[in-house]
Design a protein around this ligand. Structure first.
Ligand code: GDP
Ligand code: IMO
Ligand code: MG
Length: 422
């Protein structure tokens, strides 16, 4: 397998975790390079459900190594809970997990500031996961963050933490929120730090050695292209580069060592949180929710749903350089007829083929739809492309055509086995 960057090409929750789990079979190493425990990647295997937040979804396959790269923001307490949770489920987590010493830490004041800022924004809120992601990346960019390397040096960590808590308590108090106790945070973080110590190292050097030994690396994107801090629907975005470039900066693996970019899309569109979703459709959402689908893996919120947006997906292909395409949740459309695909937007009487940068303009974009016939048959048992109903084949081929990438994976159910490799 070539070194592959897997990215979400929509608004997150495209089914990246499931596809990573499938592809890990052919990889040696799986790397997370951005985001934090705002991510929720679901893998269902052998009837068991696993939701990964910080640990790469490759962890479910023994003999593979998983790396949490320098670009990830880590809540150490949440990571310890995740490691211990997996171990309780019988998944070994030991030498197969590495954590970058350069990764920034998410601290309790980040979570509280995230919450307070959302409250203050009122109707203009972003709808964050309240995991402190924005404030943690804010500290990183302001060069005032604490990193894993600090946590590995208890005395230094405590000193830095005390100053940070003093500074942030005055902000929190101005918001009318309760101040944070240094003693409590210090104790719990040092305890988590001691548990994480065996995993922490210079992952850049480790990854380069793996490359020299000819190991195949899979980069697991979190969130999706339109949540990217630069290219997404700003300000309704997350605070990291969710697009392909983020895999390089967030891991220390240079661009010329990357071979393939695989984009993952759902056969329709979902979004959780605020911000424009041009193809949003209440009837489609009701249908999917009634099937028990499309509830957030991290916050449990009902996801907003809409038709496939080829305008957005084409733009995602441009930004990420998507060569190959995985289409998931095809089975979600098994009962729908006709199926709509958005092929352009109309804005102020003119046709536009690229999502506008301005949030209000995107909100005013009206989708131009093409209709395709539905297949009205279950697809979840299809093992080969030829076993899909002809209309389903036409549909996924049409999406790949709109996107301009080679269709390589079609997913027809959440289980590992419900995957068609083309
Ligand atoms: P991620 O964040 O991109 O990893 O996606 P999530 O795990 O948050 O959300 C995707 C959801 O779709 C999860 O519940 C998966 O189990 C589920 N899923 C993935 N692929 C398929 C599929 O082809 N069919 C069905 N029915 N569910 C799928
Ligand atoms: P995975 O990796 C879907 C959304 C939030 C909110 C915005 C900012 O599972 O695809 P944040 O907490 O990051 O500051 O929230 O981004 N968001 C996600 N939506 N899937 C995710 O991750 C997300 N991570 C963040 O809902 O709109
Ligand atoms: Mg998710």
């Amino acid at each position: 397998m070539a070194n592959t960057i897997l990215v979400g090409a929509q608004w997150g929750d495209e089914g990246k975790g499931k596809i990573i789990d499938v592809l890990t079979g052919n990889a040696d190493v799986v790397v997370r390079s951005q985001g934090g425990n705002n991510a929720g990647h679901t893998v269902i295997h052998g009837g068991k459900k696993y939701v990964l937040h910080l640990i790469p979804s490759g962890i479910l396959r023994r003999s593979k190594t998983c790396v949490i790269g320098n670009g990830v923001v880590i809540d150490p307490l949440a990571l310890v809970v995740e490691i211990e949770g997996l171990q309780k489920l019988g998944i070994p987590v030991g030498k197969n997990l590495l954590i970058s010493d350069c990764a920034h830490l998410v601290l309790p004041y980040h979570r509280m500031l995230d919450e307070q800022r959302e409250i203050r924004k009122g109707d203009a809120k972003i709808g964050t996961t309240k995991r402190g992601i924005g404030p943690a990346y804010g500290d990183k960019a302001a060069r005032t963050g604490l990193r894993m390397a600090d946590l590995m040096q208890p005395e230094l960590f405590s000193k830095k933490l005390q100053a940070k808590i003093r500074e942030n308590n005055s902000i929190l108090q101005a918001f009318g929120a309760k101040p944070i106790s240094f003693r409590q945070v210090n104790e719990s973080y040092l305890e988590a730090g001691a548990k994480l110590r065996p995993f922490v190292e210079n992952t850049v050097v480790w990854l380069h050695r793996a490359l020299q030994r000819g190991k195949n690396i899979l980069f697991e994107g979190a969130q999706g292209t339109f949540l990217d801090i630069d290219h997404g629907t700003y300000p309704y975005v997350t605070s990291s580069n969710t697009t392909a470039g983020g895999a390089c900066t967030g891991s220390g693996v240079p661009p010329h060592r990357m071979d393939v970019v695989l984009g993952v899309v759902k056969a329709y569109t979902t979004r959780v949180g605020e911000g424009a979703l041009p193809t949003e459709d209440a009837k489609l959402a009701d249908m999917l929710h009634e099937m028990g689908r499309e509830f957030g893996a991290t916050t449990g919120r009902a996801r907003r749903c809409g038709w496939f947006d080829a305008v957005a997906a084409r733009y995602a292909t441009m930004i990420n350089g998507i060569d190959e395409l995985a289409i998931t949740n095809l089975d979600g459309l098994d009962t729908v007829d006709p199926i709509r695909v958005c092929v352009g937007y109309r804005l102020e009487g003119k046709r536009v083929d690229v999502p506008p940068a301005d949030a209000a303009q995107l909100e005013n974009c009206e989708p131009i739809y093409e209709e395709m016939r539905g297949w009205k048959k279950p697809t979840h048992n299809a093992k080969k492309f030829t076993q899909l109903p002809p209309a389903a084949r036409d549909y996924v081929r049409a999406l790949a055509g709109h996107i301009g990438a080679k269709l390589t994976v079609v997913s027809v159910g959440p289980e590992r086995a419900q995957t068609i490799i083309l």
